[in-house]
Design a protein. Structure first.
Length: 375
């Protein structure tokens, strides 16, 4: 019976010199194997007894948002590939995966160029250790890497020469170290509530978690997704409107876009409470179905500095007021067109959108639209 192997996922974190970037994000098979051999030599000096473990490296450079996703797909793929290869076919238990004829062996090991602009790149690696060695190795990883986990000069030099970049630091981090570092980074930029959601999705996806955004917007993680109330309805009922309510609502919508972008990068779905439908680019807050006895619905765009079209309101004209059917919120730069199409189709509205030039609220602080003139 084959002895079970315990996986210890980790990364080699590359802090790039300011303004620098690698020439490419993937290594060839031969380059990945050369790098893995150098990394293995580093780890033998850091982790006593590591020779008994299989060492696997993915020859690709990722951003943290690609590594820290529910189920850890990069590590899961590296684990699966490493276990397939018989140990006798690998020199010293070191195995590496790089491109062959321009392609990585599995899609999760292909970095996304959209996230390539950050100052830190991460090379995933993993130790697969016999069960009786697992406790000692876990202790060594969590203590030795933090204290003296700087990569060796030969390893750093190989990466700089191979990928045409300058490095400030190259350091080995366990997956837990990476999670802790990301937590600190998100809290530093006032994204602590979002980290609460992400941490639940990564580490305890079977549990529910709640948090409040910096402006009080309630967030809830459950069953693999983050939900929140309809922003317009929540805002009207909240006590966080301040002296400039339209400005405050615009700030909330700006924060919502930040949250949506971060969740999308980490591949955690976002949707409104009670709305089974979801689009990654926008949210629709449904309030009422169109009344077929009234004139057709019209689309109105609320605008705010820094946001452009902050929200789209769908309204049917009723003498002296507007009957509000829904509000739509674009979450991504290219979301406005698809959002307008979705609202026009769902509520039978004309495709033309009327720009309001501001965020328009009624006396009860609800998003609203201009009322038809009384005759």
């Amino acid at each position: 019976m084959t002895e079970p192997l315990i996986a210890f996922p980790a990364v080699l974190a590359l802090e790039l010199a300011e303004g620098d970037a690698p020439d490419r994000l993937e290594l060839t098979r031969d380059e990945a194997q050369a790098l893995a051999d150098l990394m293995a030599a580093d780890l033998r000096a850091l982790l006593p007894g590591v020779e008994a473990a299989r060492f696997a490296v993915a020859g690709a450079l990722f951003d943290g948002v690609e590594i820290l996703r529910p189920g850890f797909p990069v590590f899961a793929t590296l684990d699966e590939l490493a276990r397939r290869i018989p140990r006798v076919t690998t020199a010293g238990g070191v195995v590496a995966f790089g491109t062959h004829e321009g392609h990585m062996p599995a899609q999760p090991l292909v970095p996304d160029a959209r996230y390539a602009g950050g100052p830190m790149r991460l090379i995933p690696w993993m130790l697969l250790a016999p069960a009786e060695q697992a406790d000692d190795l876990a202790t060594a990883i969590e203590t030795e890497l933090v204290g003296r986990g700087e990569a060796g000069e030969r390893t750093a030099d190989f990466l700089m020469r191979t990928l045409g970049m300058r490095l400030e630091h190259a350091r080995y981090l366990s997956r837990d170290d990476l999670i802790a570092l990301t937590c600190v980074q998100y809290e530093h930029v006032n994204l602590a509530p979002m980290w609460t959601m992400l941490e639940a999705a990564l580490l305890t996806p079977y549990k529910e978690e709640t948090a409040l955004g910096s402006r009080g917007l309630p967030l809830r993680y459950a069953q693999g997704k983050v939900t929140l109330p309809g922003p317009a309805q929540w805002f009207a009922q909240s006590g966080t409107r301040g002296d400039r309510p339209a400005h405050e609502l615009a700030g909330t919508l700006f924060e919502l876009r930040q949250y949506a972008a971060l969740l999308d990068a980490h591949r955690v779905p976002l949707q409104l409470d009670g709305d089974a439908r979801r689009d990654e680019a926008f949210l629709i807050e449904h309030l009422a179905d169109a009344d077929p006895t009234l004139p057709g619905a019209t689309l109105f765009a609320h605008e705010a500095p820094g946001l452009g079209m902050a929200a789209i309101t769908v309204a049917q004209p009723v003498p002296g007021k507007a009957r509000i059917l829904a509000h739509g919120y674009p979450l991504a730069p290219d979301a406005l067109g698809p959002l307008l199409d979705a609202l026009a189709e769902r509520y039978g509205a004309a495709a033309e959108v009327h720009a309001l030039g501001r965020v328009m609220l009624d006396a009860a602080y609800h998003l609203t639209a201009p009322a038809p003139a009384l005759h």
